[in-house]
Design a protein around this ligand. Structure first.
Ligand code: ATP
Length: 370
């Protein structure tokens, strides 16, 4: 089966900075994949290349089998792009905006009316059809951005931080829409810093650090159970300082996080005898314990743990130098400043060529106004 998204040995440099440094991954049709990494890790750069808004310095990327460099128009036909910042003409209404994009995408007559109706119904924008875009809330704007990305019913959706700045209700609503799109069989690549939400929504998570993929797997596969560490949340009556003082002297115990009425501690063992010994001592030595329970390593902890293991050399980033899949040629533009295509609306025609087009010829100012 052809992957919906195939990225192979992708590099993108900005001068000396390697924003993307040998990224390879495949996403099969119908999967929902979370793209995770710290600020500046290379998520947006990778996604912009997939959305045909930038070129790789070296490497290949394909969406539904179409190379983003050689066949950008085909890619735009099958791809919906939800960027992190929603630039738009502010004095347009919701309906005018969607109509503009539907026309730009080539929809005509009844079909255009139907497509606009469908996305307004899906994103619940009907009641806002005559609202000026600059009078919309952040959440309404995000729904419009999603609606615009869905007008041509793409098979693949790439969403860059769609939940950023949304209130909890709008985030729940966005999650619901993403779930429906996933059930319809769309392939979704979504970046976010809210790891717990991605863990719930996604089949797998793709972790990137300093331009390199460090892990691709399920949320559970990242949450190690073999660490030999047990995490316990302890709640005490009164001042939690007593617990902190006790932990400083107690064998096997480290404070991970102080909490309002207690702390999250780690016990450096998975052995039930040692764990129960620590908990027994806590009570025998006079701590007013109200409650304790074992915690799972959460995704944030797991990610930070993974970065620590990479730093110490225990785990290596996943970098491949093998050949790309058949039919995709490697773009080698080393030493040449990559051409940055203008951000065309999805689905509009872009020049198709085997290599990036040359930079535009400067216009002779003498010819202006003639
Ligand atoms: P965030 O979570 O903050 O959005 P990100 O993982 O999306 O981060 P990118 O936006 O891909 O990160 O940026 C990766 C690196 O490339 C950063 O160091 C950024 O400053 C740099 N970068 C991105 N675009 C450009 C550009 N056009 N020119 C120069 N440097 C750039």
């Amino acid at each position: 089966m052809t992957p919906a998204i195939a990225v192979h040995n992708l590099h993108r440099s900005f001068g000396p900075l390697k924003a993307v440094n040998g990224v390879s991954f495949e996403i099969m049709p119908g999967s929902v994949v979370g793209f995770v990494g710290a600020n500046g890790a290379g998520k947006t750069t990778t996604m912009r290349i997939l959305a045909t808004l930038d070129y790789p310095t070296i490497g290949t990327a394909a969406v539904m089998g179409h190379s983003v460099v050689q066949y950008p128009a085909e890619v735009r036909r099958v791809l919906g792009w939800v960027p992190d910042s929603f630039g738009t003409y502010e004095n347009m209404t919701v309906l005018e905006y969607l109509d503009f994009y539907a026309r730009a995408l080539g929809f005509k007559g009844k079909e255009r009316v139907q497509r606009i109706r469908d996305v307004m119904e899906f994103t619940d924008l009907g009641p806002l059809h005559d609202r000026l875009i600059n009078k919309m809330s952040k959440g309404q704007g995000q729904r419009l951005c999603l609606g615009r990305a869905l007008i041509h019913d793409p098979q693949v959706l790439i969403m860059d931080e769609p939940a950023a700045g949304l209130d909890p209700k709008a985030r729940v609503e966005l999650k619901r829409l993403i779930r429906i799109l996933a059930e319809e069989g769309k392939t979704i690549l979504i970046s976010s810093h809210i790891l717990s939400e991605l863990g719930e929504m996604c089949d797998t998570l793709l972790f990137i650090d300093k331009g390199q993929i460090v892990h691709h797997g399920t949320a559970q596969s990242l949450q190690r159970t073999d660490t030999g560490i047990t995490l316990v949340d302890v709640q005490v009556a009164g001042d939690p300082a007593k617990l902190l003082q006790w932990a400083l002297l107690a064998a096997h115990v480290k404070i991970l996080e102080e909490r309002k009425s207690g702390a999250r501690i780690s016990i450096d063992s998975g052995d039930p005898e040692i764990i129960s010994g620590v908990l027994r001592r806590m009570i025998h030595e006079g701590l007013p314990v109200v409650e304790f329970h074992q915690e799972q390593q959460n995704l944030e902890d797991a990610f930070i743990d993974m970065l620590g293991r990479i730093e110490s050399g225990e785990v290596k980033p996943i970098v491949t130098s093998t050949r790309p899949p058949a039919g995709l040629s490697v773009l080698e533009t080393a030493g040449v400043s990559p051409y940055v295509p203008p951000p065309l609306p999805l689905g509009t025609q872009a020049p198709e060529s085997a290599s990036p087009p040359p930079p535009p010829t400067p216009v002779d100012p003498k010819r202006w106004g003639g």
